[in-house]
Design a protein around this ligand. Structure first.
Ligand code: SF4
Ligand code: SF4
Length: 399
């Protein structure tokens, strides 16, 4: 028997974090007398900021080391997952990893009765608005927390890794038990806080009050998956010479007017998206010129629409926009679709402004220059229609 864990993480932000979780599952399961093995998905390019990637751990109580490795060696993807960990809840909208075509449901690999374990501050019904339906029952478990940047360059110490181990132990003790997790963490780090963080996560998933954090999801719950699953060509179907057709070039003014690669929509890379108040836009061109992914489409009347299917959520447009409250980055899980915001505004200017302000809310989240210090939360302002005020850029200064 083989039990499989997949760890869904965002590119370079969480690479070391995911790897640490995978390798510690191996160490802990081995101490419990099992064979275990971990690897990353063949073909991911985790150096790309925020790109959805996967790390795996395999545990077997009865196979030999060679048998387990033969079964679970580097593959393009995992076959199935007993536990699928999600380190950033915005990946619940689907993931399109580098080199793997098509937006895939986050729970695609979860087996019947298996577990999707998400770090989130949202509740089950909020997340199920975005997660694809499965034809069988499985469980959705939520560990309260934000998307950690603990894997950026070096492993920053915010105890997410220990909490993930405790969470996995609560869901499937046959993989790793909480006692083995605690013993391993204390022995390895001599730091009681790490074992306590694992135990806290374990207890929170096991507790029924104030509300259960693990919930059965039935086949009628979730989203009818809107993205087509592409069929990759077999090797014998490939032609000689250029086998990947180039993107046909094209440009016209207006929404979706530029040619883009329909085979790789990078939008699942983002955890926030820019919301534009077109009534405040001065048509300065900066967002269009600075967007690294060329997501802005110039319109016939001089504005710039956004194609959210390709936006990676880097925040550069919001950073360079010179007008106060004109572009604001907003939590990706507040949006159901990738429709053109410009078309919405043209159709119903007043309604669009109201919609944009509701989505923005009042809190503005920014990240400090030095990661691992948490987020900076400030209060935004609702600008009256058409009121253009220059934004004052403030540099972060270390104390
Ligand atoms: S956040 Fe802005 S600059 Fe960054 S990819 Fe999206 S549209 Fe482009
Ligand atoms: S940067 Fe701001 S003001 Fe300039 S064109 Fe873009 S949205 Fe308009």
């Amino acid at each position: 028997m083989i039990k499989r864990v997949e760890i869904n993480y965002r590119g370079i932000f969480q690479k070391n974090l995911a790897k640490k979780i995978g390798s510690d599952i191996v160490m802990i399961a081995s101490r419990m007398g099992q064979q275990a093995f971990s690897n990353g998905r063949y073909s991911d390019a985790p150096e790309r900021n925020g790109i959805p990637c996967k790390y795996f751990a395999f545990v077997s109580p009865d196979l030999s080391e060679e048998e387990l490795e033969a079964e679970c060696g580097a593959k393009l993807d995992i076959d199935e997952a007993n536990v699928s960990v999600v380190l950033d809840d915005t990946m619940c909208k689907g993931v399109e990893p580098w080199g793997w075509h098509g937006v895939r449901p986050i729970n695609e690999k979860v087996v019947p009765g298996g577990y999707l374990l998400v770090f989130s501050r949202k509740d089950h019904s909020d997340l199920l608005r975005f997660i694809g339906k499965k034809p069988y029952n499985y469980h959705l478990a939520i560990l309260e927390g934000d998307a950690s940047l603990a894997g950026l360059w070096v492993n920053k110490d915010d105890l997410t890794h220990e909490r993930a181990l405790g969470g996995i132990a609560a869901l499937d003790p046959s993989l790793i038990s909480i006692e083995a997790v605690e013993e391993y963490l204390i022995e390895k780090t001599k730091d009681k806080r790490r074992a306590e963080a694992a135990r806290e996560a374990y207890d929170s998933l096991r507790a029924e009050a104030p509300k259960p954090r693990v919930r059965l999801v039935t086949p009628d719950e979730g989203l009818d998956w809107p993205h087509e699953i592409p069929v990759l060509p077999k090797w014998y179907e490939m032609e000689e010479g250029i086998v990947v057709p180039a993107v046909k070039r094209g440009f016209q003014l207006g929404p979706r007017g530029q040619s883009r690669n329909s085979g790789f929509k990078r939008g699942t890379t983002k955890s926030q998206r820019p919301v534009v108040r077109f009534d405040l836009c001065t048509k300065c061109t900066l967002c269009w010129a600075e967007c690294p992914d060329e997501c802005f489409d110039p319109t016939t009347d001089g504005y710039y629409d956004i194609d959210y299917q390709y936006c990676v959520g880097c925040g550069k447009c919001a950073e360079v926009c010179p007008v106060k409250e004109c572009i604001v980055m907003v939590d990706e899980l507040r949006f159901e679709n990738d429709d053109s915001p410009y078309e919405h505004w043209k159709r119903d200017p007043k309604g669009y402004i109201q919609w944009a302000e509701e989505k923005k809310g009042r809190e503005r989240i920014t990240y400090p220059e030095v990661t691992g210090k948490g987020v900076i939360v400030t209060q935004g302002e609702v600008m009256p229609q058409g009121k253009i005020v220059g934004v004052k850029k403030v540099e972060e200064v270390s104390a």
